[in-house]
Design a protein around this ligand. Structure first.
Ligand code: GLN
Length: 490
């Protein structure tokens, strides 16, 4: 029989319902695995040991009740990223400025998942305030990639990506402002989806750049992502940007990909794409063709402006969002003897924020200041509309777009963290999607010569998550990548 962690969440649920295993057995198994693996991987910032076990005991009792509809995630352990609010559990964005902060409330998605029976097993590591692509910029130190401990897991939801790859839990939540779900999914060989802007409530997500970000699932399969997203998505009166539209049954998948029109955007295959990545993606596309899909070349001419446009908008929004961390309301405060508000405020922020967060606040504030506002911020907003139009035009002709998620595979820890521009370049294929607001997921399709996973990006039209996830499921049904577990020594 497969060990507990070798199951997908969907498989585990069936075994829980049939009584082949119990929530207590499942929780104990994952907690033990976390205990063994965390010293090597450091994907988690907090483990909910005692409470998770108590919740599992309650789930045991509930499952044994003979009657009544069973909750759809009853007894399944869930990891939550450090920037998503969890009542009574630290939510620090991996920043010194929020150390010690414990929110009094749950994010809407957390409430929905708990109500569905999921049990929070821990919180995951991330780049400070979700600014980064490697999880090296956390005040708790970096996370390692389970496929090779010398490499980064990607970021900013690298803790969630690495924890899922190492099977420290079957399900996790990440957030994606410019690629932070898809990048770690790609680098760690797991699946993750950023939904259409407005599909999932952001209430309780600590804001970095509100107009770009969504909370989303990271799991070993697209099928598990679908199951999670189905529960998370949908109208929330507490988030006015969250759209009131029915949620499709994502977990059903597609009948078949026969006749599906796939657009291949040539800009996703431009210079800088690693050969091994290209050949893995080509194989993935061939696989879909063998299942009856057709391909057409398409062009997104304006996405070459995506990086500067994204970084301008993201930094402007960050500078205004992060103004609330004043040392008075949340987390840490640096006391200045005989200081006034100004001195306490600036000292707290100087010592509380890391260098990348400070850089972005300064640049964002500059770009928003009088005289520069039109030149930078307004211009970036106009360019964003043009980029979005490129996607609309392409997606009027095809069902989905396919390309690589990342131009390379995971890189060595320490090689890019001191060079902000090189780090920003990592996001070249993920940020255009957030600017456009469309859904996109990363699924594993192969390995490079060094044995590091390659992720394929599937992008769809607004609110067509079912199609995106369906294509992901078609790939995983054939490749069975989720059966490959990194050799983490446990
Ligand atoms: N790497 C990008 C950034 O640093 C994206 C991060 C994210 O999606 N949160 O802004």
């Amino acid at each position: 029989m497969a060990k507990i962690h070798e199951n997908t969440a969907t498989e585990l649920l069936l075994k829980l319902i049939s009584g082949e295993t119990t929530p207590v057995e499942v929780m104990a198994h994952y907690l033990e695995r976390i205990g063994k693996l965390e010293p090597k991987i450091h994907a988690l910032t907090f483990v909910n040991k005692d409470n998770a076990m108590k919740e599992a005991e309650k789930a045991d009792k509930e499952l044994k009740k003979p009657k009544g509809k069973k909750k759809p995630l009853l007894g399944i352990p869930l990891i939550v990223k450090e920037c998503i609010s969890t009542a009574g559990m630290q939510t620090t964005c991996c920043s010194k400025i929020l150390q010690g902060y414990v929110p009094p409330y749950d994010a809407t998605v957390v409430i929905r998942l708990k109500e569905a029976g999921a049990i929070i097993i821990g919180k995951s590591n991330m780049d400070e305030f979700a600014m980064g692509s490697s999880t090296e910029r956390s005040c708790y130190g970096p996370t390692k990639n389970p496929w090779d401990f010398k490499k980064v897991p990607g970021g900013s939801s690298g803790g969630s990506g690495a924890a899922i790859a190492a099977r420290e839990a079957p399900l996790a939540l990440g957030s994606d402002t410019g690629g932070s779900i898809r990048c770690p999914a790609s680098y760690c060989g797991v699946s993750g989806i950023k939904s259409t802007y407005g599909r999932v409530s952001r209430y309780g997500l600590v804001a970095y750049a509100n107009s770009l970000e969504q909370i989303g699932p990271i799991a070993t399969t697209a099928r598990d992502c679908a199951m999670l997203l189905e529960i998370m998505a949908g109208k929330d009166p507490l988030d006015s940007t969250c759209v009131d539209m029915p949620v499709d049954q994502y977990s059903k998948g597609l009948q078949s990909v026969k006749g599906l029109k796939i657009g291949i955007p040539k800009e996703f295959f431009a210079a800088g794409l690693k050969d091994d990545v290209k050949s893995a993606i080509d194989k993935g596309i061939d696989l879909l063709k063998s299942l009856g899909a057709t391909t057409t070349d398409v062009s997104l001419p304006s996405i070459k402006y995506s990086l500067p446009v994204y970084y301008l908008i993201a930094m402007c929004e960050a500078s205004s969002n992060l103004a609330r961390f004043d040392g008075l309301r949340y987390g840490a405060r640096v006391d200045v003897p005989k200081g006034n508000f100004d001195t306490v405020y600036s000292k707290t922020r100087q010592e509380g924020f890391g260098p990348e967060v400070r850089r972005r606040i300064i640049l964002g504030t500059y770009a928003l200041s009088a005289g520069y506002y039109d030149m930078f911020y307004v211009k970036a907003l106009k360019a964003r509309t043009i980029i979005q139009d490129d996607f609309k035009k392409a997606l009027a002709k095809v069902d989905v777009l396919i390309g690589p998620t990342m131009p390379t595979t995971a890189f060595d820890i320490g090689t890019k963290v001191d060079d902000p521009l090189t780090m920003y370049l990592e996001d070249v294929l993920t940020v255009p999607i957030n600017l456009a607001g469309i859904p996109s997921m990363s699924v594993p399709v192969g390995f490079d010569k060094g044995g590091m996973p390659v992720g394929m990006q599937i992008m769809g039209n607004f609110f067509k998550e079912a199609q995106v996830l369906g294509v992901g499921m078609a790939i995983e049904d054939k490749l069975q990548f989720h059966k490959k577990i990194p050799p983490v020594g446990a």
